[in-house]
Design a protein around this ligand. Structure first.
Ligand code: CA
Length: 225
């Protein structure tokens, strides 16, 4: 059964969507506030999120932006009619689709099915992340270099996964710390430097390759050769 999180402060709309989705066999969770919605979205794995843009606490675009630092859960934005800027900002922030209010429930259901289908085919395609001899298998939580297994801690694994997923994009330390330690982490971002050092010892030094590159004053990047 697919699980869907609805983050929507208008109770009547949220209740209406919940009833329809439950009727279609989805398991539904609701939040009315942006901040709580983000916490819920991060603390459990939903198959899809319906996210209103105008929310108390934290607006939908900001919720999405913060969610995307850690998770790729499909998100359909619920935007007000003609709010073109919301749509552009939403897609820029990583929304998969949007539906304009007021919408017909059949349209919403169709968008949900499409997003879920797309996500499951994408998931199958991206469970392996590769760069040269380095292969990270997300499903098996396993890293190999030239076919030899490398044992990593969870933090090291998450850091490597984030860099591989964002190949060729320079990631600054705060983005990396969010991905590795959670968005509510408070403390030194140079903790990332420590994890990078561990990864270099376990991968670069051992296999004589140069995987993670330092971008001085910014952060780190893994580039395709
Ligand atoms: Ca609203």
């Amino acid at each position: 059964m697919s699980t869907i999180l609805i983050i929507e402060d208008e109770r009547q709309i949220a209740r209406f969507i919940e009833l329809e989705l439950s009727h279609e066999g989805f398991e539904v969770t609701k939040e009315e506030d942006g901040r709580r919605g983000l916490e819920t979205a991060l603390s459990s794995d939903f198959d899809l999120i319906l996210l209103d843009v105008m929310l108390p606490g934290l607006n939908g675009i900001e919720v999405l932006r913060r969610l995307r630092l850690q998770k790729s859960t499909p998100v359909i934005l619920l935007t007000a009619r003609d709010a073109v800027m919301d749509k552009v900002a939403g897609l820029d922030a990583g929304a998969d689709d949007y539906v304009t209010k007021p919408f017909a429930i059949e349209e919403l259901l169709a968008r949900i099915r499409t997003a879920l289908r797309h996500a499951s085919s994408e998931e199958a395609a991206t469970s392996r992340l590769e760069c040269g001899p380095v292969v990270l298998d997300e499903d098996r939580h396993e890293v190999t270099v030239n076919g030899e297994e490398v044992t990593l801690t969870n933090h090291e694994f998450e850091l490597l996964r984030t860099l591989l997923k964002n190949r060729n994009i320079v990631m600054d330390r705060s983005k990396l710390i969010n991905a590795v330690c959670g968005y509510d982490y408070v403390g030194e971002t140079n903790l990332i430097d420590v994890y990078v050092r561990y990864l270099r010892t376990k991968i670069d030094d051992r296999f004589g390759i140069r995987l993670i590159q330092t971008v001085r004053g910014v952060g780190y990047v893994i580039r395709d050769e």
